[in-house]
Ligand binder design. Structure first.
Ligand SMILES: [Mn+2]
Length: 477
């Protein structure tokens, strides 16, 4: 593709030449003969000529796909230049503004009246993204180097994760250990309650991430403690300070930290840690990149929720470093024999009515069987809502899922369960946790199939109720 650039300033010409060649064939046109001669001698494709004359362009062999860049430095109107090259058949015209903002704006507005289809860009806009990224990276670099030094001479380091660590927590542990240039013997990744969900256990096994069990008493034995994907307040008083906190949940009071990097607008903690790793040029192993990529995918539901531009950037950066086949394998790990057992129970006892699938799956040893079963039945062609309940530790857990339905899952759980327990969620996903005795006080001493029937009735009633307020609720995190 050919670019024809009409410019006056040497810096602009040299910059465009470096940026566009060799992707494009570029010809420069300047008015100043001396400048043309000098740059020609420097090897640039440049001619001197009058940019306001039609002849200049006719001689230049223009086609409808030739791109024009016209520099507007604010010193003299470019109206005649644009008119001439338009008359010569030029259609793809870009104005590159290099004047100060006020001058630039006036010039752009003046041109708009006569030439509404010109494309405008500012030289500052072209520089900004890279410069801002670079400068913020250097601030991150300073911050990372500080905590690296602070952790450097410690004997025993703990990277503490939240209970039942998820992929973001596990991968963040690995990433931070990398940043601290430590191994599993010199920095322990630990949790007070370990991994339970099968897919997370499988991730930990496949990537060889060892999560050590730590007790509150054991915390004293560490010289330095960092928390990732969680803040110290989460541990309910047993940890009132940390040396380093890296998290993407909203900042909480009630603890002190020597260093912290909390960015609540990021979709995952691994996104923050990707920036840390990039800032200090640490080698990222395939294992760490795979874990982090999987974590970003999983915390953002593959960018379906709470995704920030930086999450996409981190994903793009990690993708070539990771083992995509391994991620596919980890994602396939959700099916286990014991989960199929609850799916079977739901399929035998469930009710499918008006595209709503309701089921009570009885007692379960872990909570995840309930949402897993709800997700599973949502895959059925005829199903638009799933409401699955199960009893875990004397609480009724209710998981609600839907696709493309006009009513809100969060409202459903609040409507029936907020009064007797915890209920919340958003349009497509919601959960309620209710002590079973409170459920029975309110809805009668019902068991097994009667609970399924009761849930199905709740759904039917809810979905037929007129909606008082059709405004969309803000989606909680
Ligand atoms: Mn997270």
């Amino acid at each position: 593709m050919r670019v024809f650039a009409i410019c006056q300033d040497e810096l602009v010409i040299r910059t465009l030449d470096e940026v566009l060649v060799p992707s494009f064939e570029v010809d420069f046109l300047v008015e100043n003969k001396q400048l043309a001669r000098r740059l020609h001698e420097a090897g640039l494709e440049i001619t001197a000529g009058d940019p306001r004359r039609l002849d200049t362009y006719i001689k230049a062999d223009i086609t409808p796909t030739t791109c024009f860049i016209v520099e507007d430095n604010g010193r003299r109107s470019i109206r005649k230049i644009v008119a001439a090259l338009r008359n010569a058949g030029g259609t793809l015209v870009y104005v590159l503004h290099t004047a100060p903002p006020a001058v630039r704006q006036r010039a752009a507005e003046g041109l708009k009246a006569d030439f509404p289809d010109l494309a405008h860009f500012d030289i500052s806009e072209l520089i900004r993204p890279t410069l801002v990224t670079e400068l913020s990276r250097s601030m991150t670099r300073a911050r990372v180097q500080q905590y690296q030094r602070y952790f450097a001479d410690a004997d025993r380091v703990l990277i503490l994760l939240h209970n039942d660590p998820d992929p973001d927590a596990l991968a963040s542990g690995l990433a931070l250990r990398n940043l601290l240039r430590r191994t599993k013997t010199t920095a322990i990744i630990g949790a007070i309650q370990g991994v339970t969900r099968p897919e997370n256990l499988r991730m930990a096994n496949m990537l060889d991430i060892q999560v050590e069990a730590v007790t509150p008493a054991l915390l004293q034995e560490f010289e330095r403690i960092a928390t990732v994907d969680v803040q110290p307040h989460y541990f309910g008083g047993i940890l009132d300070r940390a040396d380093l906190v890296i998290d993407h949940h909203p900042e909480q009071p009630g603890y002190s930290a020597v260093f912290k990097d909390i960015r609540a607008d990021y979709g995952s903690t691994c996104t923050i840690l990707t920036e840390h790793l990039r800032a200090v040029d640490v080698n990222i192993s395939e294992r760490t990149a795979t874990a982090m990529l999987y974590a970003i995918k999983s915390d953002t539901l593959f960018f379906a929720r709470h995704t920030n531009r930086v999450d996409l950037e981190a994903f793009t950066f990690l993708y070539p470093l990771a083992d995509a086949a391994l991620i596919r394998k980890m994602e396939g790990a959700e099916i286990t024999m014991e989960r199929l057992d609850y799916v079977t129970r739901a399929s035998q006892g469930g009710i499918l009515r008006e595209q709503v699938f309701s089921a009570f799956i009885g007692e379960a040893p872990r909570e995840d069987f309930v949402p897993y079963t709800a997700d599973f039945f949502l895959q059925l062609e005829d199903v638009k809502w799933t409401i699955v309940a199960g009893i875990v530790n004397n609480c009724l857990i209710v998981s609600v899922r839907n696709i493309g339905y006009s009513r809100n899952a969060g409202e459903f759980v609040k409507r029936w369960f907020a009064e007797i327990g915890n209920a919340g969620g958003h349009r497509a996903m919601a959960k309620a946790v209710v002590p079973i005795e409170r459920f029975r006080e309110k809805y009668g001493n019902i068991q097994g199939p009667d609970i399924t029937a009761r849930i199905a009735d709740m759904a039917e009633q809810f979905l037929h109720e007129p909606t008082a307020d059709k405004r969309r609720e803000p989606v909680p995190r």
